[in-house]
Design a protein around this ligand. Structure first.
Ligand code: ADP
Ligand code: 5GP
Length: 225
């Protein structure tokens, strides 16, 4: 993709500067493992400096290479239960014996201030988040171009054993079956084209009338006799 073909300015800091105040949005990216969700999410965060990442809380032990506060907020079960009790999660789930949850905290205040957040969660978390905050949620599902290519990508990533890859492939079918619960579905064939499509979705969703809370005063001023 050349600069001339892109509607986005070369300086990314100008791309999402709105003239009117608006409410932020919750941008959810989901995909079967290996389809490219992490790749697209990284590119989006890089290109959109005003997009924050929602960091989940979890009770699972920290893995080598992970950073507390960046990858997850690593907390113990008592802290997690306390947060559930206090209603501090938008949604939470138990996965393979560990608890994972999306804290409301900075997100609730950020949305009011016009800040957008990216969520890297699966279809179950997406459904719960949509039930809690439908008006703020935008759901994007990324599909691989084929199952053969999905396997090639999982093998090429080099992070999983053959057993884990077989398990991920088996789960992929089930995950793909939830495609129709998303607002947008994008096939990740060429990574740059897929990224560009996802970025267009974000740009269009930011301009929705209901999010532009500054419009009422603006239009009132425009139409004042
Ligand atoms: P996920 O987060 O969905 O599990 P990743 O983003 O880790 O997937 O991508 C899986 C592998 O596929 C990575 O090695 C990544 O570099 C590669 N990949 C992602 N998108 C594409 C694409 N469009 N074409 C070829 N390889 C890709
Ligand atoms: P992992 O332990 O490999 O990082 O994640 C395991 C699973 O937990 C993944 O499927 C991931 O999508 C899911 N997960 C991570 N954070 C959350 C969250 O906040 N809520 C929900 N519902 N699932 C999450």
């Amino acid at each position: 993709m050349t600069d001339t073909a892109s509607p986005f300015p070369a300086d990314p800091s100008h791309s999402d500067r709105d003239t009117l105040h608006r409410r932020g949005l919750m941008f959810i990216l989901s995909s079967p493992s290996g389809a490219g969700k992490t790749t697209i999410a990284r590119k989006l965060l890089e290109a959109e400096p005003e997009l924050g990442l929602s960091v989940s809380a979890t009770t699972r032990p920290i893995r080598p290479g992970e950073v507390d506060g960046r990858d997850y907020h690593f907390i113990d079960q008592a802290q997690f239960d306390q947060m559930v009790e206090a209603g501090e999660f938008y949604e939470w789930a138990r996965v393979f014996g560990n608890c994972y949850g999306t804290p409301k905290g900075q997100i609730r205040t950020g949305l009011k201030a016009g800040r957008d957040f990216l969520f890297d969660i699966d279809w179950q978390g997406t459904q719960q988040l949509h039930q809690k905050a439908e008006a703020d949620v935008v759901r994007v599902f990324i599909l691989p171009p084929s199952l053969d290519e999905l396997r090639r990508r999982l093998e090429g990533r080099g992070t999983d054993s053959e057993d884990v890859i077989t398990a991920r492939m088996a789960r992929a079918q089930a995950e793909i079956s939830h495609w129709d619960t998303y607002d947008y579905v994008v096939v990740n064939d060429d990574v740059e084209i897929c990224f560009d499509k996802v970025r267009h979705i974000l740009a269009a969703e930011r301009m929705r009338r209901k999010r532009q809370t500054g419009l009422i005063d603006f239009v009132r001023e425009l139409t004042r006799g």
